[in-house]
Design a protein around this ligand. Sequence first.
Ligand code: AMP
Length: 177
Amino acid sequence: MSHAVTAADLRNAVRNVPDFPKPGIQFKDITPVLADARLFAGAIDLMTDGYAPGSVDVVVGIDARGFIFAAAAAQKLKCGFVPVRKAGKLPYQTIEQSYDLEYGSNTVAMHVDAVKPGARVLLLDDLLATGGTSAAALALLQKLGANVLEARFLIELKFLDGRANLPGVPVHSLIAY
Ligand code: AMP
């Protein structure tokens, strides 16, 4: 009999790739989790734990790996999925938010009508690092008047203290480094 998937099982499956995409970065490769039916389903179960269908209006996922988890979570919670994309990708009218990187900046975008005011939103991404990306996503959601219930991540790099950039929203992760 196979036991329920635990966060430890997921941690064991995440592959550490040193020096990708540049020297000094330890890339957390989640593709082994996705490739395993049991682990992928277990990751979605854990990422939606505590939420039942009807309790969330939309799951919002962040470009690009966040889409994979958010779309599957939305199916499980029988609710909608909304993408936060890198700027320049969405076809209709957008709102945009820039954030600083170590060198330069990034911009994320959402369609202006993607989330209705008051909508109950679960924000998902694969990994919380500095929190810059999810803080920008959160700013867009707040601009649209969303009720962000929680931000959840498969992985959190605790030493970067990304959650400090997400004040006022409960933050949870399954695997911490
Ligand atoms: P940040 O804005 O610094 O929190 O970065 C979060 C985004 O960058 C997420 O969408 C991650 O997919 C990606 N990311 C940052 N650091 C890593 C890492 N060490 N391994 C894998 N993905 C990462």
